[in-house]
Design a protein around this ligand. Structure first.
Ligand SMILES: Cc1ncc(COP(=O)(O)O)c(C=O)c1O
Length: 498
């Protein structure tokens, strides 16, 4: 039987009463048996030492020693020399104790048969279902960087150095905007490399783009506010907006990015537009200069906001990185959001918001209402990583690696299945998208592909309305060049059989 995780030294809730006629040792014996029967204590879990329990219950050790001896003799407890006393691992409480009565039942919840009333906003979303674990799923995983190329030794060294030299003030609550040294490093990077207009005091450190979107929606948008979202687009932004009670208006994306005229036709007075202009998700389009100016013009005239998500544009092959939309804005209507999830690694959970100067205090207060401040240690290590030049070195290295994979993938698709599909968005990032010409159902093919250990992310669910187009988003971040030809052949087989 699997041992349960046991925590040493956790005080245990056992009541003894000297006024009862029952002896203290019998009370302790019964209490442990009952707690094991109710599964409040699980096989393999450590039990307090007699000394600890005597101290916690403020009684002498003698009755405890008597109770423990009985529980050991009857096989409820087992002693492991040098480790302590545990609930016996071989124990199946239900097999030897009477079925717990209604007042003494199993340690599980009595769930009602009908769904209960929760907020309309939370009900607007289907319950979370754990997706497939990324490891072992095979080629084309989306959004996973190649961690075999990450300088783990450098990162570990920086973590170790920081951990050895922690200052006491780093253990206190910090600034809700984040660690100032990191904000300065990010501001310098954004001004230089992304042409973002910013100072460090406009930058808020958050736990990734997702939290950035959440805070932004809470600051700028009231329930019932309408927001333009790209169609197809990033499905997780729709979740944020629905939970904030907003109404999303899907606005088509074409070869120049979000169709601003269509947005104006559909909802001229929308409160905000969410865009991924540097490398649209999932079509990979770069928004044209003309569209950028149209969008900013609309935002200025309508008094609306533009939320710019710039999540993976560092990895552009050939030419300069695309400059930000925020950098073109003259009226501080753009909220710029970035993340280290793709450029470093997703479990880091560090992203940032560049906030218009007059709104910094508002953003800080809303952030504080959901999360008092970002965690200190990751921020300090990341600041060292950037300031010591490791970040830029890593980006340069990965840019080459991803460019090669992108090229191999596009070439293989062209060769194997050129007639069956069109490739879009193969200029940047860690994925490209194939639009399938034949009449297929992408979600069905994706399910079949998963059986063959091929990860095909279907395109159709990235549409809010009925998808006019079927296809697949193919990640190459974590797929080595040598794996690509075989994986493309499997894709071709699946397509030609359907
Ligand atoms: C469009 C878009 N924005 C942002 C992110 C990253 O989110 P986070 O920073 O919360 O990890 C992703 C991840 O795949 C994405 O596709």
């Amino acid at each position: 039987m699997a041992a349960h995780f046991s925590l040493r030294g956790v005080p245990i809730v056992i009541a003894v009463d000297r006024g009862l006629r029952k002896s203290l040792s019998a009370q302790i014996y019964d209490a442990f048996r009952a707690r094991i029967a109710r599964r409040e204590m699980r096989p393999g879990q450590i039990v307090p030492s007699t000394r600890e329990l005597a101290r916690d219950l403020d009684i002498s050790r003698l009755p405890i020693l008597t109770a423990y001896a009985q529980l050991l003799a009857e096989g409820y407890f087992e002693a492991r020399i040098g480790s302590g006393t545990f609930v016996a691992r071989s124990l199946d409480p239900k097999s030897f104790l009477p079925r717990p009565g209604p007042r003494d039942r199993d340690n599980s919840f009595d769930l009602p048969s009908k769904p209960r009333v929760i907020s309309a906003r939370a009900s607007a979303l289907p319950p979370y279902v754990r997706s497939l674990p990324a490891e072992g799923v095979g080629p084309f995983q989306v959004g996973q960087p190649d961690l075999s190329a990450f300088p783990l030794n450098v990162w570990s060294r920086l973590v170790a150095r920081r951990s050895r030299n922690m200052r006491a003030d780093e253990f206190l609550y910090g600034d809700p905007m984040g660690f100032v040294v990191l904000r300065e490093a990010i501001a310098t990077y954004l001004r230089t490399s992304r042409l973002v207009k910013c100072e460090a005091d406009q930058i808020m450190i958050v736990s990734g783009s997702q939290q950035a979107l959440y805070v932004t929606a809470r600051v700028l948008l009231d329930p019932e506010a309408t927001v333009w979202v790209e169609e197809p687009g990033y499905w997780l932004v729709r979740k944020v907006l629905k939970v904030a009670g907003c109404r999303t208006v899907p606005v088509p994306v074409d070869a120049e990015g979000l169709d601003v005229r269509a947005g104006v036709r559909l909802s001229p007075k929308a409160r905000a537009a969410f865009v991924v202009p540097s490398h649209q998700f999932p079509l990979g389009v770069t928004m044209s200069a003309g569209r950028r100016f149209q969008l900013l013009d609309w935002a200025h005239k309508a008094g609306s906001w533009v939320i710019e998500d710039d999540y993976d544009s560092e990895y552009r092959s050939g030419g300069m990185p695309i400059s930000s939309l925020q950098g073109l804005d003259t009226e501080s209507r753009v909220i710029y959001i970035g993340t280290f999830s793709k450029v470093l690694f997703p479990s880091l959970r560090v992203g940032y918001i560049v906030i218009p100067p007059d709104l910094v205090g508002r953003f800080a207060t809303v952030r504080q209402s959901m999360d008092l401040c970002p965690s200190a240690s990751n921020q300090a290590v990341l600041a060292d990583f950037i300031r010591q030049g490791h970040f830029i070195r890593h980006v340069r290295r990965m840019r080459k690696i991803y460019a090669e994979r992108r090229e191999v993938l596009a070439r293989e698709i062209d060769r194997e299945s050129g007639k069956l599909c069109t490739i879009v968005g193969a200029e940047a990032g860690m994925h490209l998208t194939v639009l399938i010409h034949a009449k297929i159902r992408d979600q069905e093919i994706a399910a079949k592909a998963a059986e063959k250990k091929l990860w095909l992310w279907p395109l159709s669910p990235t549409y809010d309305d009925v998808a006019p187009q079927q296809g697949f988003i193919l990640g190459f971040g974590n797929t080595r060049s040598a794996e690509i030809p075989g994986a493309v052949r499997v894709l071709k087989e699946l397509l030609s059989r359907s």
